[in-house]
Design a protein around this ligand. Structure first.
Ligand SMILES: Nc1ncnc2c1ncn2[C@@H]1O[C@H](COP(=O)(O)OP(=O)(O)OP(=O)(O)O)[C@@H](O)[C@H]1O
Ligand SMILES: [Mg+2]
Length: 349
């Protein structure tokens, strides 16, 4: 009200008319009707002039800028949880506040872009480094063979096997990178279905039997009381999650240890855990192990063929299931990786 053109014009016109009236009343020879007419004319002219100036030159311009700022902010604020309504009436203050908020949002976006740029640079450096290692190794073996080693049958077989191993590593690295980028770009859509987690885990564990046996690791499933544990999930992707978790558990557990898959069935969800009695992860690394290429002990992990992409894939797949992996670990004692999935409807209590 206070900042409407009508009110301000009225207020100013009344003031001008009063001053004019008072002034004329002091002038000799001005009679009462002339005074009233002069005051009325002064009021009307001032009101109209001030109203036109305020309404069409100042307020409408300000409103246009305000509207534009509002539109810009709405676009920006879409990502924010709640837009605070402005309660300010003064259009100048309102505009000032909106410009300040907009500038803050822009700054936030710039910071975000800077972070992404740094992340991109680091990612490219990591990918190049990881690709270089197996390519150089395979290249070395092939050149040695070409330089004459091919004539010695034992050396030839040994080098060919090593070259093949390097190329297999390269293939799995590229596959992992492809999976990650496809999940991120949305090229891989989750195909949700009712998935029997016990059956899925048994199938995953079967693949690792040989590796566990070779390391004398006891690999087992602790089945739940329920005959079937059905979860709302993408079978192939959750199988990938389990493969990565069980593979890590076996890789980072020394001979004679144990790896156990267990389930906790709640009212609405099922928690699957992979527990190992391995080397454990120091607490300062726990929140970083899900980053791409992050390894606690780079040299030891690489010896085991790791590139640090397994848990990044696990994180992405679980995010697409609107859940996340939890990890508890104690150095020297072992680790527990677990994740929650929603029960399928027919299974809910
Ligand atoms: N069960 C575990 N026990 C101890 N350390 C673990 C365990 N799981 C993961 N880690 C640590 O977290 C790091 C990241 O794991 P991740 O699976 O992402 O990579 P990786 O196993 O090194 O390589 P990749 O899985 O790509 O072959 C590992 O290098 C390892 O140091
Ligand atoms: Mg791994």
């Amino acid at each position: 009200m206070l900042y409407s053109a009508r009110f301000l014009s009225f207020f100013l016109a009344v003031s001008i008319a009063v001053v004019t009236g008072l002034f004329l009343s002091l002038v000799e020879g001005v009679d009462r009707p002339a005074l009233v007419v002069a005051t009325a004319i002064s009021f009307s002219v001032s009101y109209l002039t001030i109203f036109v100036v305020l309404e069409f030159l100042i307020f409408s311009g300000l409103n246009k800028v305000n509207k534009m700022m509002n539109k810009l902010m709405k676009r920006e604020l879409k990502s924010l949880p709640q837009e605070k309504p402005t309660t300010l009436l003064n259009p100048f203050e309102k505009l000032n506040q909106e410009i300040a908020t907009f500038a803050w949002l822009q700054q936030k976006e710039i910071d975000e872009l800077k972070k992404l740029e740094a992340f991109r640079k680091e990612f490219v450096a990591n990918v190049s480094h990881e690709l270089k290692t197996p390519i150089f190794a395979a290249q070395g073996f092939v050149h040695t063979l070409l330089d004459g080693a091919v004539n010695d049958k034992t050396v030839r077989d040994k080098f060919l096997k090593k070259a093949a191993k390097s190329l297999d590593g390269l293939d799995s690295l590229v596959q992992d990178l492809l999976t990650l980028s496809q999940i991120e770009t949305g090229d891989i859509k989750m195909k949700f279905d009712s998935v029997d987690l016990v059956k899925l885990s048994e199938e995953v564990i079967d693949q690792f039997e040989e590796r566990a046996k070779a390391k004398k690791i006891q690999l087992k499933i602790r089945p739940p009381k329920q005959p079937r544990v059905l979860a709302h999930a993408d079978e192939l992707r959750i199988s990938q999650v389990m493969t990565n978790l069980v593979s890590n558990a076996i890789n980072y557990t020394s001979e004679g240890g144990a790896v156990t898959v267990s389930f906790e069935v709640g009212k609405k969800s099922i928690t699957t855990s992979v527990t190992d009695t391995g080397e454990g992860i120091p607490s300062e690394h726990l929140n970083r192990i899900f980053e791409r290429f992050y390894r606690v002990d780079k040299s030891r992990s690489r010896e085991k063929g790791g590139t640090g992409l397994g848990l990044a894939i696990v994180k992405h797949i679980l995010e697409s299931h609107h859940t996340k992996a939890e990890v508890q670990s104690e150095v020297g004692k072992g680790s527990v990786f677990s994740f929650k999935l929603t029960k399928t409807k027919e299974e809910k209590d």
